[in-house]
Design a protein around this ligand. Structure first.
Ligand SMILES: NC(=O)c1ccc[n+]([C@@H]2O[C@H](COP(=O)([O-])OP(=O)(O)OC[C@H]3O[C@@H](n4cnc5c(N)ncnc54)[C@H](O)[C@@H]3O)[C@@H](O)[C@H]2O)c1
Length: 337
């Protein structure tokens, strides 16, 4: 069993228990004042937990569609009827959809109750369950309503990954490849628990230095500007991590065109994605003009289109105004029809 810790700016911290069988630690990670636990999960997750106190299981629909304000309203009403007080605890059991939803429910119910995340996807364990960002989608876009609400503990039981469909595992590998470029090195060569722990350490270090994404935390969005545009355009069924993988190579192509990195570094991005068994070309069917206009709707685009790019000072946020350059880089990642 590996135990990592996420340190927060005001001296608070929370543990992350990682490894085979980690789920058995749940009861001792429940805050002692809690009398009831509301377990939020999806039928497709198929992981049962024992919080060691009175509990009820609240099942939400499968898929990204569960991240809606009306689901929060429905769950909050059910929590009231269950008798949940502000001392009680939400336990979110599932992938990023469930931890984002359960985290936001906990952030808002009675103006904030404790939440423990039991993360059951690779993407969730290395990314979504760590760092306190939570929220729901609007018809206008993803994650547009949310909060920063840190869990009191996170469990990443690697046994739960055994039932994960192969495409969900591959989606997690896309985020894993991102950590490769954020200093992780050859993470695919590590045993699974150490692989998760290495990513948790990198994310925890970034979150500790910038909990509310005022600056450095933006580097966690490496590869995400194109990824979000591809997911929003949605002409092709791409999982989040698959879109991030293409976005990493695109970011390298943009950085190269800005003179920030040489051609060898771009080739290295393609080589790494291949080694992680990931596709790095944009599938046919995407309109380049639509993608370019979606860049301006990205949450990072506060005053102009912002990319997270590699360069002489490492990976950092950079404004890019040259749409011809962005279009030319799209051609470079486009798969042949
Ligand atoms: N808060 C953050 O910092 C953050 C970071 C990255 C992504 N996210 C969010 O995470 C979400 C994506 O998360 P995800 O990739 O984990 O997808 P997901 O939560 O939709 O899970 C993928 C699928 O796997 C199923 N599943 C989950 N665990 C399983 C298991 N152990 N065995 C079998 N099936 C299982 C789920 O029911 C679902 O159908 C997005 O909504 C994204 O916005 C949040």
């Amino acid at each position: 069993m590996l135990v990592e810790s996420v340190q927060l700016s005001d001296g608070r911290s929370y543990p992350v228990h990682i490894g085979s069988g980690a789920i058995a630690d749940l009861a001792r990670l429940i805050p002692p004042r809690a009398r009831r636990a509301a377990i939020v999960t999806q039928a497709g997750v198929g992981v049962s937990v024992d919080p060691g106190i009175e509990h009820e299981v609240f099942v939400v629909e499968d898929g990204e569609g569960a991240k809606r304000l009306s689901v929060i309203e429905d769950l909050a009403g059910r929590l009231v009827r269950f008798g949940m007080t502000r001392n009680d605890v939400v336990v979110a059991v599932g992938g990023g959809v469930v931890t984002d939803l359960g985290g936001f429910l906990a952030a808002t119910y009675h103006r904030g109750v404790d939440v423990v995340h039991v993360s059951t996807t690779l993407l969730g364990q290395i990314d979504a369950a760590i760092g306190g960002k939570c929220g729901v989608n609007l018809p206008e876009g993803k994650n547009l309503v949310g909060a920063f609400w840190q869990p009191v503990a996170v469990i990443c039981d690697t046994d739960t990954l055994q039932t994960l469909p192969p495409r969900e595992f591959s989606s997690g590998m896309g985020e894993l490849a991102k950590y490769h470029f954020l200093g992780g090195g050859r993470l695919d060569e590590l045993p699974i628990a150490e692989r998760v722990a290495a990513c948790v350490r990198i994310k925890a270090d970034v979150v500790a230095s910038d909990e509310r994404e005022g600056g450095r935390r933006a580097i966690l969005n490496y590869g995400h500007t194109l990824a979000h545009a591809l997911e929003t355009a949605g002409h092709y069924d791409l999982r989040h991590g698959e879109a991030v993988a293409i976005g990493l190579v695109y970011a390298a192509e943009v950085a190269h065109r800005l003179g920030r990195i040489d051609r060898g570094a771009v080739d290295e991005h393609r080589r790494v994605l291949g080694a992680y068994d990931l596709r790095s070309e944009m599938p046919p069917g995407f309109e380049h003009d639509e993608i370019i206009s979606l860049f301006a709707r990205d949450k990072k685009a506060i005053d102009g289109v912002t990319f997270v790019l590699d360069g002489p000072r490492g990976i950092e946020s950079v404004k890019v105004a040259d749409t011809d350059l962005l279009r030319d880089a799209l051609v470079a990642v486009q798969a042949a029809p």
